[in-house]
Each structure stands twice: as C-alpha cells, then as structure tokens.
Design a protein around this ligand. Structure first.
Ligand SMILES: [Zn+2]
Ligand SMILES: [Zn+2]
Length: 337
C-alpha cells in the first residue's frame, strides 16, 4: 500500500509500505479521507513531540477490511471514524477520569502511524461506527469537532449569553455552530480573512469583524453591553489571545483553545482581571467527547461541509505542507485513492 512517510522534518516520502497483520484487538481500515490540520504542519516541521519516521494524519475515516480475532463490536465492511488519542487507563489521571492528561498518551498520526496512507491499523477501541450512508467528507470532521465539544464544555455557555469567537478557521467555524446550538443569543466572530468571515455569516454569525478595524472594540462593546459573556480563542498565537483576553464583560469567561507557539505568552492587567472576576480556561484534546461529535454530525446539527473543505490526494500532501498556508482555505482533506 501507498503511504506518506515523514522520514525526518521537512522530508515526506510517498512510498510502498507493507502493513503488518492486525493484532487480536486491532482492525485494518481502508482510509477514505484524512483531514489535514495545524498539528500536521507542526509535525512536518519537527515542531512537535512526534518522532519520525512516522505516517502522520490523525483525522481519518474509512472502512474496516480486516480485524483481529478478539474484536467483537465491529465488523468487516463497517465504516468508522477514528479517535486518534489513546489513553493508558493506568496513570493517576486516567484513574481519575481525566484521560486528556494521561501521562502515557499516544496518538495515531502523532506518535504512532496514522491516516495519510491507503490503509491504517488501529486498536478497535479507537474506532466509532458510522451509519452506512453517512458521507466520509463530513465524518472526517469528527476528531476536530470532538475537541471543539470539549472547548464548548469548558465555556459553559448558558442560553441567552453573548459569545465572541476569535478566529474563523476550521475550529472557529465549528465553535460558532456549537455556540449557536448551545443557546448563545448573539455570536460575534473575529477573523481577518474576508472569505472566512463570509462563511461565518452563512453559518449563523450575527456579526463579523476584521481585527484590523479600529472600530472593532467599540462596536463589540456596544453590541454586547460592555463585552461578551464568553470569549473563545481559536487561533493559537499571542496576538489573538491578547484580543480575546480583553473582550469579556465583567464576570465573563475566556476559553483559550488554540495551541500557541511554545514561547508565546500574554500580559493581563491584574486590576482588570480582579475587577472583572475573569475566568480563564484551557481546553485539551477530546476526553469522552467523540461519541457526541459523531451524534452532532450524523444528526446534521453541525454541518462541516459548509466549511467548504478542499479535497486533495497523497501526491499533493507534501506540496500543501511545505508551502505557506493558504489563509483562505479552511480545510484540506486528503483522499488516498
Ligand atoms: Zn487535528
Ligand atoms: Zn493514562
């Protein structure tokens, strides 16, 4: 089978790779689609904990073509979405139900071989059954959506609250839809790229803003009587977090969702923090949220196809990873065949 193998940072090779036989608890997936995300760019550049050689790709879906003899819940021919995060179940955090802090976390496509290949072997515990006719293009959003569901849980949006989302990429646009169904009365989205602001409006953003506009802060304050109740940062750099940190109204909450570069930090005015009684939360991975993400996709409550993903193939993967990111594309999806 053909696989994209990262031999060392900046060196992705497309080559024949012979898949081992599945272990008793493993399944072999014929990969239909694997989404490309920011993490893959970090892995490609060697800016992550993953150690090449590695087949990257952690947002994949496909059909089971082979299974180990102890796999009972899933069958050959089933379509599945894969949760890449494998928790040990034994460390102090796993034993306390805080699996996203697992001290021995492994992740398909990050520390173990993943989905940028024609086939992939995964533990059956990582596979979630999809309805037969459900489109793979939408199902491939299960992993990023499951992380967003965690972010929304952290935000604790109450019906009627106002919500601002900083960033209109894949994550920001999924968060926008989640905030809407969580009962937000007004959703404001901040994004510099015009095309993404347009998609945000189509997806139900009540107001969109270009962060480079001088009027933005006053307008947001006017629209929300002094600031949104909840702000969710979905970019992953200090300038976005700085914008986000100053937006919440008194008593408001900030969720910092984006993964910023290692050296980034922000300044918070401590009197503002005190007077606002500001709550700041992070959001890490997708603890127990994968089934909910699939329910949201299958029910059509979240429609990721409106994000207009662009489908490409394994041959183009290195080109996409090595060039400067095209800021108007919300999502690339790789189809091995
Ligand atoms: Zn991802
Ligand atoms: Zn653990």
């Amino acid at each position: 089978m053909l696989a994209a193998i990262l031999n060392e940072p900046f060196k992705l090779e497309l080559k024949e790779y012979s898949l081992p036989k599945p272990d008793k608890n493993e399944i072999v997936i014929k990969v239909n689609i694997c989404g490309l995300c920011g993490t893959d760019f970090h892995i490609y550049k060697g800016d992550s904990y993953s150690k090449p050689p590695l087949i990257p790709g952690h947002e994949f879906v496909g059909t089971i073509v082979e299974k180990g003899n102890e796999v009972v819940e899933l069958n050959i021919g089933d379509n599945v979405a894969i949760d890449p995060n494998i928790y040990c179940g034994e460390c102090q955090y796993c034993r306390n139900g805080k699996i996203n802090f697992c001290e021995n976390l492994k992740a398909l496509g990050v520390s173990l071989n993943g989905g940028f290949a024609e086939y992939s072997i995964v533990p059956s515990s990582q596979a979630y059954l999809l309805p037969k006719e459900f489109p793979f293009e939408a199902a491939a959003f299960a992993e990023p959506l499951s992380c967003c569901v965690r972010g929304i849980d952290q935000a604790e949006i109450k019906p009627g609250e106002t919500v601002a989302i900083v960033g209109g990429g894949t994550i920001g646009l999924l968060m926008l839809q989640l905030a809407k169904i969580s009962g937000a009365s007004k959703i404001l989205l901040i994004e510099p790229v015009t095309e993404k602001r347009e998609i945000a409006k189509q997806l139900g953003a009540d107001f969109v803003f270009d962060p480079n506009s001088n009027e933005m802060l006053n307008q947001i304050s006017d629209l929300t009587s002094g600031g949104p109740d909840v702000v969710i940062e979905c970019v992953g750099n200090s300038s976005a977090v700085n914008i986000a940190a100053n937006l919440p109204k008194r008593g408001g909450r900030l969720v910092i969702f984006g993964l910023s570069p290692k050296k980034d930090s922000i300044n918070i005015n401590l009197q503002d923090f005190f007077l606002k009684e500001l709550s700041i939360k992070g959001s890490l991975l997708n603890p127990f949220t994968f089934p909910r993400a699939i329910e949201l996709l299958v029910s059509g409550k979240i429609n990721p196809i409106k994000l207009k993903p662009i489908i490409s193939n394994l041959e183009n993967l290195e080109k996409i990873l090595s060039q400067p990111r095209n800021s108007s594309v919300t999502k690339y999806q790789i189809k091995p065949k």
